[in-house]
Design a protein around this ligand. Structure first.
Ligand SMILES: Nc1ncnc2c1ncn2[C@@H]1O[C@H](COP(=O)(O)OP(=O)(O)OP(=O)(O)O)[C@@H](O)[C@H]1O
Ligand SMILES: [Mg+2]
Length: 307
């Protein structure tokens, strides 16, 4: 079977007009993507990470046919995003931040029906699908309120519902949880996991690395338009040699002390500390292993890149 997403050496350059003074401008070239490659499998959530301006949204826009790359190619279920753009559009769902294109005077429900019709659904199918999706994203109580009255979080949920209207098998979610309260963000993550279980492929971007770690099977960190490192969050931490911290609390003559060891092999270290403590007749009270965070990995990778 094809991979869901294949991105091969894509490049994108923007020419922009920079203001250099009153009425004075000069052209500057922005190398947004300098050859980015990665693959996403079916049933996989892939996190695209990187600092502001790294090229994440540009990548998402190219994969979703909104921008044409200057070099390289990308395939969605084997279909070229440039040469077979309309097939690709029928396979993918897209959430971009900030979301655009909703009609503020229409209700959330009416907006969904409208987009369903654009995708060629019949009126009755579009209506049924819109109702189902409003329920899925937790907007059933706001079905008939107009979009302009929706809060930021409600708008984010509606954007996800719209992305799902034609039951796409590949989803692009560019910062889908930005501005959401913790409960809503958790619901979005649960939804992502449910879609993953259905076998969909999901490309996810977020600056909340804790969230990325929870929801993504693999991540790629890009910086300055280049892929710097790729793998499961755990693999990446191992590749970077990040340290775990093993802490064992022991009782010593009635006093509590903490033995603290930094290590890349927490299982071995824990065994050693416990054996030592027991050999010395110490009473072990509590054991804790702190895993390095994806955030530490991110900081290390991106800082090295900048030097
Ligand atoms: N239409 C455009 N014209 C000129 N430059 C652009 C355009 N779109 C993006 N860029 C530039 O391309 C680079 C990559 O931008 P992009 O939006 O892909 O970053 P990002 O990784 O999504 O960042 P963020 O985390 O802030 O969303 C930036 O330098 C940006 O200024
Ligand atoms: Mg972006």
């Amino acid at each position: 079977m094809n991979d869901a997403i294949i991105t091969s050496n894509i490049r994108k350059r923007f020419i922009s007009n920079e203001r250099t003074g009153f009425l004075r401008r000069r052209k500057i070239v922005v190398e947004a993507l300098r050859g980015v490659s990665f693959r996403v499998r079916w049933g996989e959530v892939y996190g695209l990470l990187g600092p502001n301006g790294a090229g994440k949204t540009t990548t998402v826009k190219i994969l979703s046919t909104l921008l044409i790359p200057d070099g390289g190619y990308a395939l969605i279920n084997g279909h070229d995003v440039v040469k077979e753009a309309s097939i690709v559009r029928s396979i993918i769902g897209l959430v971009l931040y900030p979301d655009k294109g909703f009609y503020s005077r229409l209700s959330g429900y009416e907006n969904l029906v409208y987009f369903g019709r654009l995708y060629g659904l019949s009126k009755s199918v579009a209506e049924a699908r819109a109702r189902e999706l409003m329920r899925l994203v937790g907007l059933e109580n706001a079905m008939n309120r107009s979009y302009e009255e929706y809060s930021l979080g409600m708008r984010a949920r509606l954007a996800i519902a719209r992305a799902l209207i034609h039951d796409p098998s590949v989803l692009f979610l560019d910062e889908p949880t930005i501005g959401l309260d913790p409960i809503s963000a958790r619901e979005v993550r649960e939804l992502v996991r449910r879609l993953k279980r259905e076998g969909k492929a999901i490309l996810f971007t977020s600056h909340n690395l804790w969230e990325v770690e929870e929801v993504c099977d693999r991540v790629g960190i890009i910086s300055n338009g280049r892929m710097i490192i790729e793998g499961s969050p755990r693999d990446i931490k191992d590749m970077l040699g990040l340290k775990y911290v093993v802490e064992v609390e022991v009782q010593l003559n009635g006093r509590v002390e903490t033995i603290r060891v930094e290590t890349t092999n927490p299982a071995d270290s824990l065994r050693r500390v416990i054996n030592d403590a027991e050999a010395r007749g110490l009473n072990i009270i509590r054991v804790r292993i702190n895993e390095p965070s994806l955030e530490e990995a991110f900081v290390k990778v991106v800082k090295n890149e900048g030097e």
